[in-house]
Design a protein around this ligand. Structure first.
Ligand SMILES: [Zn+2]
Length: 285
């Protein structure tokens, strides 16, 4: 084979890989306007695909926070009778404030005691063009005492179709390309979700103290929770402590303790976004 032919073949392969990579980086295929009731003021829409390609970094990122439960779904009940939905909303508000102070944009899936289905919450994160979805919960154990920390991330989504790598004879075929794009995106999302979970876990499991003494670290786990599964953005469900434990439940009544928990969550999310920015700038250099 002549050098010219080889060169042309290489150039074609390189452009295909570049087009596929750019397509995979298009973080949000649909840029619908955020629902006014669900997004807090100050979150102006930014073309996220552009942000991803230009490496806007953490300052431009939109964090979707999902306070677990709400309305007719109370979640776990503390020994003192307070429902999980109450504490998740307070923690989410604290987290939102902390993220905003760091220059991040924030939206909450609920800002009051209202019911939202898990499916709605997941799709909401897609609709507003979030960069990450963090669902905040509190653990409940069957035994009366003891507290644990757990961070879950979205496992791989169900296979949307067989792997259709376009062959040389029928390439370029758009169906094959769309499938490749979907697979690349899902692989990227799984890896990003795990990275986000590890950053959040590191921040939460860091130096004990601040009221978290005695909270056992159960680490990072993969889960197929609906709220993690039905979204296209990197998603994590975090249970920073345990509501069924009377000691931890009592501490949640202390605003300083809640602020400390929120600050750790905030630290983990910011670390993930900062890491993404560094990777982005390294690629563009
Ligand atoms: Zn819960």
């Amino acid at each position: 084979m002549g050098g010219g032919v080889r060169w042309a073949a290489t150039a074609v392969s390189v452009s295909f890989v570049l087009v596929a990579a750019v397509a995979a980086l298009r973080l949000n295929p649909a840029h619908h306007a955020p629902e006014a009731a669900w997004i807090e003021a100050g979150a102006d829409p930014v073309p996220r695909s552009l942000a991803a390609l230009t490496g806007v970094g953490p300052a431009g990122a939109l964090v979707a926070i999902d306070p677990g439960h709400g309305g007719r779904d109370p979640g776990a009940i503390a020994p003192d009778g307070t429902p999980e939905k109450h504490w998740t909303l307070l923690l989410a508000r604290g987290l939102a404030g902390c993220l905003r102070r760091r220059g991040l944009r924030v939206a909450l899936s609920r800002t009051a005691d209202v019911y939202r289905s898990l499916d709605e919450r997941a799709r909401w994160a897609d609709r507003i063009g979030a960069d990450v979805l963090v669902s905040v919960h509190l653990n409940a154990l069957p035994r009366p005492r003891g507290a644990v920390l757990e961070v879950y991330y979205a496992g791989p989504a169900p296979d949307p179709g067989r792997w259709e790598m376009p062959g040389p004879r029928r390439w370029p075929r758009f169906a094959g390309f769309a499938s490749l794009q979907r697979r690349l995106r899902e692989a990227w999302r799984a890896a990003a979700s795990e990275r986000l979970a590890r950053h959040i876990h590191e921040a939460l499991a860091g130096p004990r103290g601040a009221g978290l003494e005695g909270v056992r670290d159960r680490g990072v786990k993969r889960a197929r929770f609906v709220v993690l599964r039905r979204t296209a953005v990197p998603a994590v469900l975090v249970e920073p402590t345990t509501l069924s434990d009377p000691v931890q439940a009592a501490r949640l009544r202390d605003a300083r303790f809640r602020a400390a928990l929120a600050a750790r969550l905030c630290e983990g999310i910011a670390a993930y976004l900062e890491h993404g920015r560094r990777v982005g700038s390294a690629v563009s250099e």
